[in-house]
Each structure stands twice: as structure tokens, then as C-alpha cells.
Write a protein that binds this ligand. Structure first.
Ligand code: LIP
Length: 279
């Protein structure tokens, strides 16, 4: 039986390449920065133009599908996941990196049907690494199969997380305390590459052993979640329960042992949900 979503994935791959080219070209020009929810939540004209390119291309081809895009939600579009085929899009994951020309900048697209992720594409476009994963068919980088490190010992692990200023002092302190807790296990180190989607792909390809984050969005997670799962990784909620794409939080790891250890060590703070509060 033919795979109904493979054709969508092939088309999306072409659109993603065009989006990545647009981002690389924009890096050669002046970048105008605008603020969204806070002085550390940035957006540029390129985020908006790239999202327009992606959504208009996909909508023309698949007019009945639904779309959740970071910049469309910021402009007031709903962010609700239904059973319908849905494209979840982050035109530039790592906008702060883009602004500073720090080289982890990705286009991230996940595609869900009945709320399940069918495929994911993450294009780390400065590195020119195209990560792809179709459910049940493995994960790839530039067409070559990738898999997680398989590391089970957290004390021999490299852990990824992201840190940013939070106006709420209590949450800010918990975020910093979590970093201290993980570092003092001890682990080999903590890194913050600045793009959630790239972080998941680094775990997927064995360059890091785990990644945890509270406060990101479904568009940061959907593409990379497919890649890391198909690469043999484990994905779960920070509580240790099942991963929920709209929950704004996750742990991914090379093994269940490491994911569960991180869930046990870190303290949660409330981040809201994508499907109840918008951006
Ligand atoms: C970003 C994430 C990054 C995180 C930022 C932000 P954006 O996504 O990928 O890892 O630290 O808070 O959510 O806004 O560049 O698409």
C-alpha cells in the first residue's frame, strides 16, 4: 500500500531547502530585530517571510490541511492540535542565533495526523545538515542513517539545555538550580546550542546524550521529536510521564535510564500549554 504522507514529506523537503536558502541569503544582509513578548524574545522580518513562504507553498498544495506556525500564532492565529493533518512550523528555530550569526539556525517542520507525528524535518541551514525522519522508517542526516549514542550512564553524558532570562524570579532560580543539580551529578558537561530542534538532532546523531527544556513550544519540538524518536531516542515529559507535544516541555535522551534520571533530578516550574494560552 502506498504511503499517503510520503508525498507530503517529499514536497516539504523541497520547501524546506528553499526556506534554508532564504535564511542563508538574509544572513548576508542587515538584520532588523524586533521584540515579541520580552526583550529576549526576538523576531526578524526573515522569520516572518520564511514562514509565509513555507505556509503559502504548503497551503497551495494541501488546502484542506491545518497549520500551526510560530509567527502566525504570534500574530493571533490559533494554536490547537486536532486530528486533521497539521503542519507545525518554526521558520527559524534559533532566532537569537540568527541575529548573532551563531551557526545553529534551523527550519523545523513536523507533520501530525490524529495528533501523532508522522514525519519531521529539521534543516540546520548554516551547517547544511538536513535531518529527516518518517515514522517507522528511521532518521537520517543528509540521507545517511543516524542513531543515538545509546549511553546509559549519566555521569558519562553530555547534556543539552537552554537558559534564558526569566522575569519571574522563582522560575529563573529553579532553571539555574536545575543546571547546578545536573552539573553536580556530575556529568561530562552541559551545552546550550540555542536551537531546540538542533538540540534534538544532536541527541539523535549521538553528539549529545540528552536534552531537557521547559518553556519551549510545539513548533520548536515537532520536527526534532520525530528525528530523535526514529534515531532510537527516548522522549518524555519532564515529570517522567508521556511526552505531550502541546505541553511546552520535554526530555529527550539516548536511553530511558538517562531520561528518567533527569526527570528525577530536575524541579518543574509551570510553563502553561500551547493549546490554551497561545504564544
Ligand atoms: C528558541 C528555541 C531555543 C530557546 C528559545 C526559543 P525560536 O526558539 O529553539 O532553544 O532557548 O527560548 O524558544 O524562538 O528561536 O524559534
Amino acid at each position: 500500500m502506498s504511503d499517503p504522507w510520503q508525498e507530503c514529506m517529499d514536497f516539504c523537503l523541497d520547501v524546506t531547502k528553499r526556506a534554508g536558502k532564504m535564511i542563508r541569503e538574509a544572513l548576508q544582509k542587515d538584520i532588523t530585530i524586533m521584540q515579541k513578548s520580552s526583550p529576549v524574545d526576538l523576531v526578524t522580518e526573515t522569520d516572518q517571510k520564511v514562514e509565509q513562504l513555507i505556509i503559502s507553498s504548503l497551503k497551495e498544495k494541501y488546502p484542506t490541511h491545518r497549520f500551526i506556525g510560530e509567527e502566525s500564532v504570534a500574530a493571533g492565529a490559533p494554536s490547537v492540535l486536532t486530528d486533521d493533518p497539521t503542519w507545525i512550523i518554526d521558520p527559524i528555530d534559533g532566532t537569537t542565533n540568527f541575529v548573532h550569526r551563531f551557526p545553529f539556525v534551523s527550519v523545523s517542520i513536523g507533520f501530525t495526523v490524529k495528533k501523532e507525528i508522522e514525519f519531521g524535518i529539521v534543516y540546520s541551514c548554516i551547517e547544511d545538515k538536513m535531518y529527516t525522519a518518517r515514522k517507522g522508517k528511521g532518521a537520517f542526516c543528509n540521507g545517511n542513517p543516524i542513531k543515538v549514542s545509546g549511553q546509559k550512564d549519566i555521569s558519562e553524558s553530555l547534556i543539552l539545555t537552554e537558559m534564558g532570562f526569566k522575569e519571574d524570579a522563582e522560575h529563573f532560580n529553579i532553571m539555574l538550580a536545575n543546571i547546578k543539580t545536573i552539573l553536580t551529578i556530575p556529568v561530562h558537561g552541559i551545552r546550550s546550542p540555542g536551537s531546540a530542534a538542533v538540540n534534538m538532532c544532536l541527541v539523535a546523531s549521538g553528539s549529545a546524550d540528552a536534552y531537557y527544556h521547559m518553556g519551549i513550544h510545539c513548533w520548536d519540538m515537532a520536527g526534532g521529536a520525530a528525528v530523535v524518536t526514529e534515531a532510537g531516542g527516548v522522549i518524555m515529559d519532564v515529570s517522567g510521564g508521556p511526552f505531550d507535544l502541546m505541553s511546552r516541555r520535554l526530555i529527550v535522551a539516548s536511553s530511558r535510564t538517562i531520561a528518567e534520571r533527569i526527570a528525577k533530578e530536575i524541579t518543574e516550574f509551570p510553563v502553561g500549554r500551547d493549546d490554551t494560552e497561545g504564544p
